[in-house]
Design a protein around this ligand. Structure first.
Ligand SMILES: NC(=O)c1ccc[n+]([C@@H]2O[C@H](COP(=O)([O-])OP(=O)(O)OC[C@H]3O[C@@H](n4cnc5c(N)ncnc54)[C@H](OP(=O)(O)O)[C@@H]3O)[C@@H](O)[C@H]2O)c1
Length: 286
């Protein structure tokens, strides 16, 4: 395993974290700073990122921090990001910003499913492409690194249908690029966390309590630390947490459809009761 403290030497000192205003992204930002990386924080809520910045500056005064308030799913996002990082030689990217949608697929409007696809798929691809091109043009011996935050839900997860599908995309994209970018000296690690105590989980708690499903919740700091260790070990795909890996191993032994039905049955027993009046969409709404 490569030493964590040597990573800034290998990849260069600037790292980018998307979705850095809370949860896993905020933890990655602080942990990267502790390893000696200067960090660009990207998300929409500037005041939250200022708080992360203050924490980093107080503990690691030698690193630099830059905050970019960008809505990654907006049409100008990539231009804004290019402008914000123009003078910086970015060597490591934590592609993390994401939204979930937990509940019956039909309960949500199409615009809500669009939000998932716009951020988790489209913006995700654009961020990967933008920094991939940048890192591919750097001169050796500097390597490039991309950490792609997917989810254990990248396997079909009923009642999180569009989110789960978007994470399947992230995992597949990351695993393809891990191979494709070998000659470019860009290292890719796909991270597939189970449930993590963040704002995302908090938002879905009215619908499903993941503790009742038998998951052990992890903290965002643990995810950042275990993920960076997996990246340093050059793992291509990693699920933080021994219990999550056991669960993944056991359920992967089941035939595909049986695993999906098992998750679906488990969720139907635990989801909070909801009675939905489906409102038929009229042609004028399309
Ligand atoms: N929590 C879990 O159980 C869990 C499990 C597996 C995987 N994950 C993945 O981990 C990643 C981080 O999630 P989290 O759990 O840390 O949740 P979180 O606390 O809600 O963080 C999501 C981050 O994404 C940012 N974001 C959302 N929409 C954005 C947009 N349009 N433009 C720019 N940034 C945006 C948010 O910042 P702003 O609101 O300030 O923009 C926030 O910083 C996600 O990709 C998620 O799918 C989470």
């Amino acid at each position: 395993m490569r030493s964590l403290s040597k990573l800034p030497e290998l990849y260069g000192t600037w790292a980018v974290v998307t979705g850095a205003s809370s949860g896993i992204g905020a933890s990655f930002s602080t942990y990267l700073a502790s390893l000696g990386f200067s960090v660009v924080l990207i998300a929409r809520r500037i005041e939250k990122m200022e708080a992360v910045t203050a924490k980093i500056r107080a503990s690691y005064p030698d690193v630099s921090v830059k905050v970019l308030g960008i809505d990654l799913s907006s049409s100008t996002a990539m231009q804004d990001m290019a402008l914000g990082v123009e003078s910086l030689d970015i060597g490591l990217v934590v592609n993390n910003a994401g939204v979930d949608l937990v509940g019956n697929f039909l309960k949500f409007e199409q615009a809500e499913h669009d939000q998932v696809m716009d951020l988790n798929v489209k913006a995700y691809t654009h961020v990967t492409h933008f920094f991939g091109r940048h890192m591919a043009t750097r001169s050796l011996p500097k390597r490039g690194g991309m950490i792609m935050i997917s989810s254990m839900g990248s396997s079909p997860f009923p009642y999180c249908s569009s989110y789960s599908s978007s994470k399947a995309y992230v995992t597949t994209l990351g695993l393809c690029l891990a191979e494709e970018w070998k000659p470019l000296n860009i290292d890719v690690t796909v991270i597939e966390p189970g449930p993590v105590e963040t704002e995302m989980l908090d938002r879905s708690k009215n619908y499903v309590n993941v503790k009742e499903l038998g998951f052990i919740l992890m903290g965002a700091d643990e995810i950042a630390q275990f993920s960076m260790k997996a990246f340093a070990r050059s793992e291509k795909r990693f699920t933080p947490g021994a219990m999550n890996r056991v669960m993944q191993f056991v359920t992967n032994l089941l035939p595909g459809q049986m695993k999906i039905s098992m998750i679906g049955n488990m969720l139907t027993k635990h989801i909070k009761a909801e009675r939905i009046q489906y409102r038929p969409q009229t042609s004028s709404e399309y």
